[in-house]
Structures are given as structure tokens and as C-alpha cells.
Write a protein that binds this ligand. Structure first.
Ligand code: 5AD
Ligand code: FES
Length: 348
């Protein structure tokens, strides 16, 4: 009964209490899941119709100075193969992507000192000059206010920085002491203040996570109101301290996508590669639960497998053109259509 009440609250725009959200996540029945899913799918369709936005993901560097316990790119992973793309390589990915119909480029990488503000602003400025109608999204970790501001002024529009978990104690179980939730949250508020369309997000089922923690993630999203929100299941990587931890659950991830759609109807919500990795129809299921974005890989084929955040990542063997064809078909099969265009956040 009380889960039904919580779902009703979500449907009519009331933010439930933390304990209600935690209870929903922990005890939701199959019937309640379907009720929630339908409400979220309807909400997404009322904002975006059957249109799905695409983003071309360019994984620019597998070097990282950080040592997050869950991530295969952590600096202590001596087995990781490291590469970085220079300006010319990145521009040729954009050229390829533009031809394939992408109007958003997402430059994502580990925290790699090679990409100083000067180098990065040079890259962003050149993409801005060559593709004036495209959106430039950066996902390069914590760089500090001044750096964020310079990148924004150079022409970047959006920035993705997942908070990973909104609970400080849990955050400290996933990261070394040098990283704090406080810095992460300050970075997110800074990005928003500067004017970036900002993406937060978290992993589902990361080691030590409770339903209360996930409820805190949901309340954080509902407070920050980021323009984007990236969530996906935790998946163990063999060369990390979490190598033997179980992956996050598909079902919980889907429930969370639906709750986020209802809490923040206009949010740009990707159906992530991690979701596609734990289930062959994961990305389709994500869309059917309220997501409205997919992010095919535009990275050079030869480096794909080396951007290894977690084991068994999909789409590491294909050309970008194949990924986009594959995803277009997948979306078509469930009644959706991929559209070109920047796909900016709009508050309605
Ligand atoms: N499993 C799932 N997601 C991961 N990420 C990093 N490592 C893993 C993992 N083992 C996610 C983090 C990061 C994003 C780029 O990838 O949430 O913010
Ligand atoms: Fe990459 Fe299907 S999306 S192969």
C-alpha cells in the first residue's frame, strides 16, 4: 500500500521522503514496477515524444591520476593499457561523427595532466570553430572553478561529472582519502553556476551501497536538478580492489531510471553502456523505463578496448557507423526514433 502512495507522489510531482524512497527500492513488487515504469515512460513521451537523442562519445584518454577503487583506469592498475588522443585525432573523430549525424560530441577521459587548460581550450575552441552548431560536452573530472570557467569560455556547453554516491561515508569507501564528496559536490554547483548544462549521476549497486544511500542519491538529484543524469550498474573490473564484488542489479537500475524521470521530468537521461553490458537488451529496457538518450561510441576502434572502466564493456569491437546503425535498429524495434540535433536541455 505505501509503495503505491510513493508512486502516486512521484506521479503528481511531490518529492517523497527518504524512507519512502528507500522502502520503494527495497520492496517494490512486480505490479508496482510496471505501474512505475508506465508512468515514467508516459512522462518521458510527454516531454520528448518517441524521439531519442544521441551523443557521440570520444574517449580521449585512459590515463588517470586518480585511484577510484571501482574503476579499471585507476592509476594503480599496472595492467591497464594507456593511450591519449591528441587534438588531430580528436578532430578526426568529430569529423567522422559529424558525417554520421552527431551534433553533440562528448569528450571523456581520465584525469590526465596532459590536457592542461591551454591544450583543452585549444581543442574545444577548434571544435567550436569547425562545428558551430554542435554541442560540446566535457567529462574530464574535477578541474577546479577557474579551469571549468576557461573551458566554458572556450566554447564547451555541457559537463558530465557523476557524484557516484551522495553519502559521504559511502563515498569514502569507493575512493581514496584524497577525494571527497564535498569537493565533488562543490564542483557540480560550480559547473552549474558557470552556465554549463551539468550532468550528475551515480553507480547502482556499488560495494557497500544501501537502499538508503540510493534514496539519498535521488534526493540529491531532486535538489541539484542537473540537466543530465547518468546512472548505470556497478560492474567489477578484474584489476581493481572490487574485482570480486557483485555487479549492480538490472531491475534496481531500471526502477531508479523511472523514479528519476518522475522526479525531474525534463532531465536528459541516458540509457547507458553499462546497462547494455549487464543485459543484452539493457539499453532498450532503459528507454522503456524513462531514459531518452543513447551514447554510441565514436572513439577510434584501435583504442576502444583500452578504455576499460569495467569488464566486458560492449561496443569495443565496432566502428562508430556500426554502433549507430545497431542502436537505430534497436530503438526502432521498440517504437522509438533516433534524432539528430543538439538535444539541449529544455525546462518545460
Ligand atoms: N562499473 C560501472 N561504472 C563505472 N564507472 C567507473 N567504473 C565503473 C565500474 N566498475 C562509471 C563511473 C564514472 C563513469 C565515467 O563510469 O560512474 O563516473
Ligand atoms: Fe555499439 Fe550496438 S551500439 S554495436
Amino acid at each position: 500500500m505505501s509503495n503505491i502512495n510513493t508512486i502516486e507522489k512521484l506521479k503528481n510531482g511531490t518529492v517523497p521522503e527518504k524512507n519512502e524512497l528507500a522502502l520503494l527500492l527495497g520492496t517494490i513488487t512486480a505490479d508496482e514496477k510496471e505501474l512505475l515504469r508506465l508512468a515514467a515512460q508516459e512522462k518521458a513521451q510527454s516531454v520528448f515524444g518517441n524521439k531519442i537523442f544521441i551523443r557521440g562519445l570520444i574517449e580521449i584518454s585512459s590515463y588517470c591520476k586518480n585511484d577510484c577503487f571501482y574503476c579499471g583506469l585507476r592509476r594503480s592498475n599496472k595492467n591497464a593499457v594507456r593511450y591519449r588522443l591528441d587534438k588531430e585525432r580528436i578532430l578526426s573523430c568529430c569529423e567522422n561523427g559529424y558525417r554520421l549525424g552527431f551534433r553533440t560530441f562528448v569528450l571523456q577521459g581520465g584525469e590526465d595532466a596532459y590536457y592542461t587548460d591551454e591544450v583543452m581550450c585549444g581543442i574545444v575552441g577548434e571544435i567550436r570553430r569547425l562545428y558551430p552548431e554542435c554541442a560540446i560536452t566535457l567529462s574530464l573530472g574535477e578541474r577546479g572553478y577557474k579551469s571549468f570557467k576557461r573551458l566554458y569560455e572556450a566554447g564547451a556547453d555541457r559537463y558530465l561529472l557523476r557524484h557516484e554516491t551522495a553519502n559521504a561515508e559511502h563515498y569514502s569507501k569507493l575512493h581514496p582519502k584524497s577525494m571527497t564528496l564535498k569537493t565533488r559536490m562543490e564542483s557540480l554547483y560550480a559547473l552549474k553556476e558557470i552556465g554549463f548544462q551539468t550532468g550528475a549521476g551515480f553507480m547502482v549497486g556499488s560495494p557497500g551501497q544501501t537502499y538508503e544511500n540510493l534514496a539519498e542519491d535521488l534526493l540529491f538529484i531532486s535538489e541539484l536538478k542537473p540537466q543530465m543524469c547518468g546512472i548505470g550498474p556497478f560492474i567489477p573490473h578484474k584489476d581493481t580492489p572490487f574485482w570480486d564484488k557483485p555487479a549492480g542489479a538490472l531491475e534496481t537500475t531500471l526502477v531508479l531510471l523511472s523514479v528519476i524521470r518522475l522526479l525531474h521530468p525534463c532531465v536528459l537521461l541516458p540509457s547507458t553502456t553499462a546497462l547494455g553490458t549487464i543485459h543484452p537488451k539493457g539499453r532498450e529496457l532503459g528507454i522503456l523505463h524513462g531514459a531518452n538518450v543513447v551514447m554510441p561510441n565514436l572513439s577510434p576502434a584501435e583504442h576502444r578496448k583500452d578504455y576499460s572502466l569495467y569488464d566486458n564493456k560492449i561496443c569495443t569491437g565496432d566502428e562508430a557507423a556500426e554502433c549507430i546503425r545497431c542502436l537505430s535498429n534497436r530503438m526502432k524495434n521498440i517504437g522509438y526514433e533516433i534524432v539528430t540535433g543538439r538535444g539541449d536541455f529544455k525546462q518545460i
